[in-house]
Structure formats: C-alpha cells, structure tokens
Design a protein around this ligand. Structure first.
Ligand SMILES: Cc1cc2nc3c(=O)[nH]c(=O)nc-3n(C[C@H](O)[C@H](O)[C@H](O)COP(=O)(O)O)c2cc1C
Ligand code: SF4
Length: 432
C-alpha cells in the first residue's frame, strides 16, 4: 500500500499537511489553519488581474508533467472573447504506479478546491470541474463532501464571498485507460464522448469544453495557488529551483516500499530516493525509472540530477506522472524496457500512424532482445525509429513512449547490445 513518506524536518510544506489530519473534509478545522484565506485575499485584496500577476511572479509551472507556466494558459483563456470559460482540475492520475494526485485529493481536498476557485476567478470561469477516476469511490466521496461544505459556507456557489462572481464546482468521475489523462482526451470524456488526442492549436485554453476557453491544470498546480496568494509570490519563488519554484509530489517506489512525499522542486534524485527507504542488504541501485511508464531509465551516476523539468529532460527522463522507481542490481533492464515499451504501444490510441506503428516496431525490437534474437542492425534501427516517432508527434505520448528504450540504450548500452543473451525468466510487470 502506498503511504505518506516522512520528509526531513524543515522541508517546506505547501501541498500536503505534515501531520496526518483525522478528517480532511472537516471545513472548520481546515479554515482554522488557513484554508480559504487565499481565496478571501484574492477576492478582497487583489482581484483577477492581480491574481494573474501574482501567480506569474511566483513562476508556477504546471505539475501535470510538461512544466508549462501556469499563467500562460490563463492569459490565453482570458484573451479569447467568449460567453463563458471553464476550469478543469485534472485529478485522473493516468499512471496507476503513481498515487501523488490521489494522495493530494484525499489528504488535502480543500487546497485543490480553493485553488480551483482562485484559478476560476482569475480566468473568469463560472464552472469548475474536478475530474477523477470513476473507480476511485473514496476520492469521489471525499471531494464531493468537501465541495458540499465549501459551497454551504459560501466559498463556492453564487456570489462567492460577496464578490459578484459565481463558481459552480463539481467532482466528475471519468473512466478510461492511460490516454484519458491527456487533456484533450479528458475534455472529450467530460463531454460524454470517447476520444483521442486533438491536434493543437487550438489549445483547450482557446477552445475546449463546449468550444469555450478551458484551462486544464493538474490538481497539484491548483493546490499551490492558495499558498501563493496567502504567503506571496516572493515566498513561493524562494522555495525549490530558481526556474521552477515550489514543491512537488513524488511517488517513490523501492524494492522495500512505496510512498508519496512532498519535496522542493530541484531536490536531487539521491535525496528523494533516500525517502523511499533502504535497499535490501547487499543490493545496489542499478537504475532509476523517472516519469512513469514512459519515463527514462537513469543510472546511479546521475543520482545528483535535480528533480526539475529542465534537468530531467536533459538527462533523458521527465517529471511525467511523478513516479520514481528504484531498480536494484537484480533487475533485467531489457525485460523492464520491454514491459514499458509494450505498455506505451498498447496504450497509444492509434490516431497517428507513426505512433501506432512506430511504437509497435520498437516493442518488437526490444522483444527480439529479450528473446536473445537481436539483429545486428536493431540498435541503429531503434534510434532512427525513435527519432522519426518523436519528430512526428501528434501528442506528448508519442514523444515520451520512446524514452524507456532510448534512455536504456544510452545508459545501459551493453545490456542492449548483447544479442546472444539467454531468454530471461519472466517476472511480474512492475508498471502499468
Ligand atoms: C498520455 C498522457 C497522459 C497524461 N496523464 C495526465 C494525468 O493523469 N494527469 C495530469 O494532470 N496530466 C496528465 N497529462 C498531461 C495533460 O495533458 C495536461 O498537460 C495537464 O493536465 C495540464 O496540467 P498542468 O498545466 O497543471 O501541467 C497526460 C499527458 C499525456 C500525453
Ligand atoms: S501520438 Fe499516439 S497516442 Fe498520441 S494521438 Fe497519435 S496515436 Fe494517439
């Protein structure tokens, strides 16, 4: 079971309360420790323009994986002349191996709700939707209860805190596979349609739900907003990495444990991995899979890489789903890459041919390696194919699906080059 990991005393806390809270839907208890102070300040002291300016000055980047500056979407949505706008909180959590967003929704639902209300105010949206997995009844019940009490208290609903601004908020269960977390697919699901990713532009911030400007943010991005408005942009910008301030949730899995922790952006992988606990006696780290099923495999020599959007991308991984899996020296990396590449290929929606066919071919190449039947040209073919797939990307899945193999070949080349390796004994898949 995924647990809340203990972080060192003195590490900043923005998203998750440090101590376990008995009832996270108790509004009075939450208000007593500052919940909805940010919304009050946004309405009474700032107004929409100043909120946008404050979040811009805080340099908040989206936590949904790509690290896009949050206010850029807000400015786009505001610039479109439209009768209404929508705010969507992406709490789908596409990667089942990462419980970061689920943990946030369970442990601090009011932060997501307050953040969604602040963002709705900033983009002049009167409807905000928190999208979650349909099968996760605990999350649905908790978020629905928290929205209910926040509405009763006047933090949501008509004329929020006397501002003249209405914010109708709801929790919406959605059901689907991995691709449903992608924002254009999610918007189709919310509209009751089956979907595949859409070519951009137009971006959802220009044309989304009902053809109206729609800002989609990961729930963590939204949960940071109350703190920024309450404590100030400078205080936020002083935490974490200069270019990517704030904190972020990570799901660290080691051979001995699995848990979620809040860490300042820019914390080294080494310090994050330590939070996950020790390896079994006598074992050493062989690789760290960073970013989920389409993540990159990094070697132990890169443990000092900052957990931050730019540095991870430069190393051949990405923030992605927030998942960090520590693999010890018993692991067969070719087999692991096989599992991941097949997952990415199976989950590709099939809309674009380079992704549909290309990821299948990549999976075949890894499959040949796994079976000890590699061809001499396979390495070169895989690199060329990955480059072609990335160059024709219609959605981010296509670009990222190549990462397990390309990072594996880059850092663990000898394991991938040995064409005569014996067929391995299959072990259980650890992802997806
Ligand atoms: C295959 C795929 C799956 C995704 N799954 C999620 C998800 O589960 N949750 C999420 O917030 N973003 C997910 N994203 C990213 C979203 O498309 C979108 O960029 C994000 O929700 C925007 O939030 P942000 O501005 O806070 O980063 C996924 C993207 C891809 C390509
Ligand atoms: S790139 Fe892949 S996952 Fe994305 S739309 Fe095309 S086929 Fe679907």
């Amino acid at each position: 079971m995924t647990k809340l990991l203990k972080t060192p005393a003195g590490w900043p806390t923005i998203l998750l309360p440090r101590a376990g809270v008995a009832d996270t839907t108790d509004l009075d208890a939450a208000v007593a420790v500052g919940a909805f102070d940010g919304l009050r300040r946004a309405i009474r002291d700032l107004g929409a323009f100043a909120v946008v300016a404050a979040v811009g000055a805080a340099r908040l980047r989206g936590r949904g994986g790509a690290g896009f500056p949050a206010v850029d979407k807000w400015r786009t949505a505001r610039s479109v002349d439209a009768p209404r706008r929508y705010l969507v909180a992406n709490g789908y959590g596409a990667d089942p191996a990462s419980q970061t967003d689920r943990m946030l929704l369970l442990q601090n639902p009011f932060a997501v709700i307050e953040g969604a209300a602040i963002a709705a105010l900033a983009i002049d949206a009167s409807e905000a939707i928190i999208a979650v997995r349909a099968e996760d009844v605990d999350v649905i019940a908790r978020v629905a209860a928290a929205i209910g009490s926040a509405t009763d208290a006047g933090f949501l609903g008509p004329d929020v805190l006397g501002s003249g601004h209405d914010i109708e908020m709801s929790v919406r269960p959605v059901q689907g596979a991995y691709m449903l977390g992608e924002e254009t697919v999610l918007l189709k699901a919310l509209a009751g349609k089956r979907g595949q990713p859409e070519q951009r532009p137009p971006h959802p911030a220009e044309r989304g739900l009902d053809g109206m400007p729609t800002v989609v943010h990961n729930v963590q991005t939204l949960a940071a907003l109350p703190w920024i408005i309450r404590e100030g942009s400078e205080a936020f910008a002083a935490i974490g990495a200069t270019d990517s301030p704030g904190t972020i949730l990570v799901n660290v899995r080691t051979p001995t444990g699995d848990g979620v922790a809040e860490v300042p952006v820019g914390t080294t992988l080494r310090d994050i991995v330590k939070l996950g606990g020790k390896l079994p006696a006598g074992r050493e780290i062989k690789a760290i899979l960073v970013g989920g099923p389409s993540g990159g495999l990094l070697p132990a020599e890169l443990l000092d890489t900052p957990y931050d959007f730019g540095p991870l991308r430069a190393a051949g991984a990405h923030v992605g789903s927030g998942s960090i899996v520590v693999v010890d020296d018993r692991a067969d990396l070719v087999e692991l890459v096989g599992v991941l590449t097949r997952f990415c290929s199976t989950e590709a929606c099939g809309k674009s041919i380079p992704c549909r066919i290309g990821t299948r071919r990549l999976a075949e190449i890894v499959g040949r390696r796994e079976a000890g039947l590699a061809r001499p040209t396979d390495g070169r073919d895989a690199i060329d194919l990955a480059a072609d797939i990335v160059a024709s990307a219609l959605c981010d899945h296509e670009r990222l699906a190549t990462l397990p193999l390309t990072s594996g070949m880059r850092y663990f080349g000898s394991e991938f080059e040995d064409a005569r390796r014996p067929a391995p004994v299959r072990t259980e898949a650890t992802h997806g």
